[in-house]
Design a protein around this ligand. Structure first.
Ligand code: FA5
Length: 366
């Protein structure tokens, strides 16, 4: 028994002094392993008389339990120490600048859409969306272009082979104007919204691409007139181009869904190969550029969207987002917008940190 006690003390001391899990494992094997001294002591019980065994068994079991507990406790302590050391050695300083790696950038079209939303939100406009795969009722019929209307042919439409649920045809929307119909049907009047998004036409040269972006504007309320439209567009363009000398020309035009209809032109001058907005388009060295169409919402369109035209009037506009982006940021070929060339994006793209805000400027350069 005394030998057992001294072995126990020696083992407990060695466990307390162990500084690694390996050293601890050595102690476990030496004490509790198959040929360990505790296991051997337990084997001696078989040769003892019942009386001797009665006394020795609990004592050996107690030693065994003590050694096992000491091993567990030391193991937990060593593991905690190791974790602490690892955490201390692996700290990183999140305030350090990121390593110099290729960075993504915000596409000018996305940036301009954010700028539009910021400016129009300030004027009380909500942002609406609609499906890019449309039916011909929303894209044409409800906009006062029934099946045989010649204006349908002007849109160079991409049609799908499948029929729409109402038996009409499915197509890629050719403009954002169907969102007018969907929003009025959903919300009724009064309404004040913009609807930016992709549109599709079978068209391609330096200023036309098969997919491009428009922003629709729609205001329906009581007593709305053409003056509200002109003020809204002028206020928008002044904020967007960040200059006061914006001159708009509203040119009589025709859209089936507006009456009267006006095309919106902006005055600009040429500086080198860059077009710079501002000034009167008829002045020396100046010219006009078309940015979009607009007009007073045709009463037939209000009726088709479930709004009473005797009670409510409205104006609507549709602007080419890519065109106004080109004018603001000085690109001259629309096709490069959609090539995905990283050099073009590095040059014309925006930093993700460059969020447009009215206070900081809606067009801060990266
Ligand atoms: C329309 O699409 C009408 N829905 C606009 C409208 C809305 C009028 C509400 C009245 C009321 P238009 O086809 O003219 O109109 O196109 C509007 C603008 O989209 C054009 O002025 C031009 O800036 C741009 N655009 C048209 N086709 C292309 C194209 N293929 N590539 C790039 N931009 C285009």
């Amino acid at each position: 028994m005394t030998e057992l006690t001294s072995q126990e003390q020696a083992t407990l001391d060695a466990i307390a002094a162990a500084t690694s899990l390996d050293a601890l494992e050595e102690q476990r094997v030496a004490a509790l392993g198959k040929k360990g001294w505790v296991s051997l002591a337990l084997k001696t019980l078989g040769q003892m008389s019942p009386d001797e065994r009665k006394e020795a068994a609990p004592a050996i079991q107690a030693v065994r339990a003590k050694v096992a507990d000491a091993l567990d406790a030391r193991k937990a302590a060593l593991e905690a120490e190791a974790l602490e050391a690892q955490l201390a050695s692996e700290t990183i300083d999140l305030t350090l600048p990121a390593p110099d790696m290729p960075k993504g950038s915000i596409h000018p079209v996305s940036q301009v859409m954010d700028e539009l939303a910021e400016i129009f939100a300030d004027l009380g406009f909500a942002v609406a969306t609609g499906p890019e795969i449309e039916d011909d009722w929303h894209n044409f019929t409800a906009l006062n272009m029934d099946e045989n209307h010649p204006a349908r042919a002007m849109h160079d439409t991409f049609y799908f082979p499948d029929a729409a649920p109402d038996g009409g045809q499915m197509l890629l929307r050719t403009h954002t104007s169907p969102v007018q119909i969907r929003s009025m049907k959903d919300q009724g009047a009064p309404i004040r919204l913009i609807a930016p998004g992709r549109v599709y036409r079978s068209d391609s040269d330096a200023t036309h691409t098969p997919m491009f972006h428009q922003v629709e504007g729609l205001v329906v309320d009581k007593g709305i007139h053409l003056g509200h439209l002109k003020w809204t567009l002028e206020t928008f363009f002044k904020a967007f181009f960040e200059r006061e000398d914006i001159v708009l020309r509203l040119r009589p035009s025709y859209f089936p869904f507006t009456e009267p209809s006006v095309e919106v032109d902006v005055g600009y001058s040429n500086e080198g190969d860059r077009r710079v907005v501002g000034g009167h388009g008829d002045d020396d060295g100046h010219d006009w550029m078309e940015l979009g169409g607009s007009g007073m919402v045709n009463r037939r369109v209000l009726e088709m969207a479930g709004v009473d035209p005797d009670e409510f009037q409205g104006f609507a506009f549709g602007l080419g987002i890519d065109r106004i982006a080109m004018l603001k940021y000085g690109m001259n070929d629309l096709r490069a917008f959609f090539d995905g060339d990283p050099r073009w994006l590095a040059h014309y793209g925006f930093s993700p940190y460059d969020q447009p805000t009215l206070s900081a400027g809606v067009g801060a350069r990266p």
